[in-house]
Design a protein. Sequence first.
Length: 250
Amino acid sequence: MGARPRRTVLGGTFDHLHAGHWALLRAAMRGGGEVAIGLTTDRYVSTHRKPARGGIEPYERRRHALARWLRREFPRRRWRIVPLDNGFGRSVEPGFDRLVVSVETVEGGTRVNAERRRRKLPALEVETVPLVLADDLLPVSSRRIRLGIIDRRGHRRAPIRIALAVDPPTDASAWRDALRRIFPKARFESRLPRKILHERPAEFGIIVRAPTPRTAGSLRVVTPTRTFVPRRLPSGARPSEAVAGMWRRT
C-alpha cells in the first residue's frame, strides 16, 4: 500500500483575498490529501486587534470569495472551510500532518505544536511560505489593499514616494526616467538633506542610493523593510535595464 496522503491545515482571515493568500493556499494543496482551512469568524476579528481593522469583509463574503477561488484553481481537490473562533481551530485535532503558515505567523505554528504536545498528539510538519512582494517591494497585505495602496495582485494604486540619493545629483533625471517605467505615477524627490533619509526613511516607499549610471558601481535600493543590492553595474549600463532587471529578480 502507498503512503497515506498528508492532511493539511491552515487558517487566517483571508480578507480581500490576495496574492499572498494564493501562495499559502497553493502550498497547502501540495500535500496531496484533504485541506482544512480555518476562516476567522466576525466575532474573532472583532475581539483581536488588527492594523486598519475597519473595512475587513464580513465572514460570509470572505468564505464565498475563498470557496470560489478554490473551486476555480483546484476543481479536483478535497478541501473544507471551517469557522475559526480561537487561536488553534482544527490544528490541534488528531488526523492532521501538516500546518502551513506564512513568515509572519511562524510563532503561531510553534504554539500549535506546543499545544499538540500537551494533548499528547504528534507535532505537525510546519511549512513556512515566504511573503509575496508587491511591485513596490513591500509585502502584499489586506491592510494595504483596504487602504487603497495596492490591488490584490500587488500592483501599486497610490503614487509611491521615491527618494533619489544619487551622485552626482545631475544624474537624478536618468534614474527618474528609469524608475518611471516601473512606477508611472511615482513622486520623485532628489534634493533632500541626507539627515532626512537617515532619520526618517519610512516616509519613503523606496530610497535609491546609486552612483552615476554611466560608470561602474553598485546600485542599492532601500524600502522600509528590506535592502536590495543587485550585481555591479557594467560600465555604460542603462539605468532602465539595471532597475528593471533588479525588479524581475525579486
